[in-house]
Ligand binder design. Structure first.
Ligand SMILES: C[S@@+](CC[C@H](N)C(=O)[O-])C[C@H]1O[C@@H](n2cnc3c(N)ncnc32)[C@H](O)[C@@H]1O
Length: 230
């Protein structure tokens, strides 16, 4: 997969891309990530990429020219035009089914906003998909883009060390994950459930399923209601 990220702050991504799963995935060639500084496309001689809002009010708005030129140029850098996403609060809510869907795309282009967001005409010109990571306001799209990348990259074939772990994750079906335990077998008087130490894998599977169901009922009953509706 190829992922292009357009941002005013490419430096934000260096730790994220250089550690853990994204680093491993890049090392294995499962994903290539290209960072593009939107400011490189502005024709403004002072390097401006934002301006005051028409109609007044606080904050600044990202201007059309640098963004439209940047997206058009970046899109043309590969034969596959990919799926173009603008990270923005009014967008489709990103979730695990969306991560699964995006993992099947050959290319993603993620555009990060700043300030009060984008001049609305940019959407008319580029017709991107709008994507939100939840009902809260971040200072910029970079953290949102990292959430999307992280969730997608771990689903790419060959990326996770143990191939079994992604299908059991929460939200993959209609349930949360089951509880996990590791060494020591006893800690501060709390024992690991005996079934997990008994070696009977059929019993372990049945216990995990039952626990996953109980946790889903307790913490996220809406997931079960949603799956029975559908
Ligand atoms: C401060 S926010 C702008 C918020 C905008 N004025 C509003 O109320 O909808 C700046 C940028 O952060 C990003 N952003 C903030 N919250 C987000 C969210 N929940 N999902 C995706 N991107 C978000 C977007 O790229 C947005 O353009």
């Amino acid at each position: 997969m190829r992922i292009d990220v357009l941002t005013l702050f490419p430096g934000i991504f260096s730790g994220f891309l250089g550690e853990s799963i994204p680093r491993i995935a890049r090392g294995k060639g499962a994903v290539e990530v290209f960072l593009h500084d939107i400011r490189a496309w502005t024709v403004d001689r002072h390097g401006k990429v934002d301006d005051r809002p028409f109609g007044g009010g606080p904050g600044m708005v990202m201007t059309c020219q640098p963004l439209v030129d940047a997206v058009e140029a970046v899109r043309g850098m590969d034969g596959d035009p990919g799926r173009l996403f603008f990270l923005t609060p009014e967008g489709r809510r990103f979730d695990q089914p969306a991560a699964r869907e995006f993992a099947d795309a050959g290319r993603l282009i993620l555009v990060c906003g700043r300030y009060e967001g984008f001049d609305e005409r940019i959407f008319s010109i580029l017709s991107p998909e709008r994507l939100s990571v939840g009902d809260y306001i971040l200072s910029g799209g970079e953290v949102a883009a990292m959430a999307v990348m992280d969730a997608v990259i771990r689903l790419l074939p060959g990326v996770l060390g143990s191939p079994g772990s992604a299908p059991a994750d929460s939200f993959t079906g209609s349930m949360l994950d089951h509880p996990h335990y590791t060494q020591p077998a006893e800690y501060r008087g709390l024992d690991v459930p005996g079934v997990l130490r008994g070696g009977d894998h059929a019993k372990i599977d049945a216990w995990r399923l039952e626990q996953a169901l109980a946790r889903t009922r307790r913490f996220r009953p809406d997931l079960l209601a949603r799956s029975s509706d559908g």
